[in-house]
Design a protein around this ligand. Structure first.
Ligand SMILES: [Zn+2]
Length: 165
């Protein structure tokens, strides 16, 4: 697998927003009125989906249980099932709205495995396109990136709405 180069992730790595007091996955789900600002794409019964604000690729999103839980073995059947269900829905939406040609999906369990937030499980959905290994290589400007995020949010959000009507 060819690796993606995402230099703006340095900001994330350097910002110290890794495991801290505040859990962004608990924080961003708190207020449904602020879903757009928080890039929350979809709310299920047990789990929700949001855009990763430090993406490896355009459309990189995360699916997490509402519960602040770090032990994969303790996820309930309902949580497990809904995570997969939301994966299916979001993959469909990204294919339709952004024309993704493939996906990397998976969990980093534990800090040693690279989890930025090891105490709140989340599933990564990373869309892939032919030749995307140099995805936005000069896109280190936060402003430009946030504009790209808003646009991406809109695309996937609209596609999800269509799926659910
Ligand atoms: Zn949490």
């Amino acid at each position: 697998m060819e690796k993606l180069w995402a230099p703006w992730r340095m900001k994330y790595i350097m910002s110290g927003t890794m495991d801290g007091d505040e859990c962004f996955l608990c924080e961003k789900q708190k207020n449904p009125d602020e879903d757009r600002e928080n890039y929350v794409l979809y709310r299920g019964k047990h789990c929700y989906a949001l855009l990763n604000t430090f993406p490896y690729n355009n459309g990189h999103l995360l699916i997490a249980p509402y519960r602040h839980i770090g032990d994969f073995l303790e996820l309930t059947d309902e949580e497990l099932q809904e995570m997969m269900k939301i994966s299916q829905m979001t993959i469909d939406a990204i294919e339709k709205s952004m024309g993704a040609q493939g996906f990397n999906i998976g969990f980093n369990l534990g800090r040693v495995a690279g989890a930025g937030r090891a105490d709140h499980i989340h599933l990564h959905i990373v869309p892939r396109w032919n030749g995307d290994t140099n995805f936005m290589p000069i896109l280190a400007e936060t402003k430009v990136l946030s504009e790209a995020l808003e646009e991406t949010y809109e695309k996937i959000y609209m596609a999800l709405q269509e799926e659910n009507t």
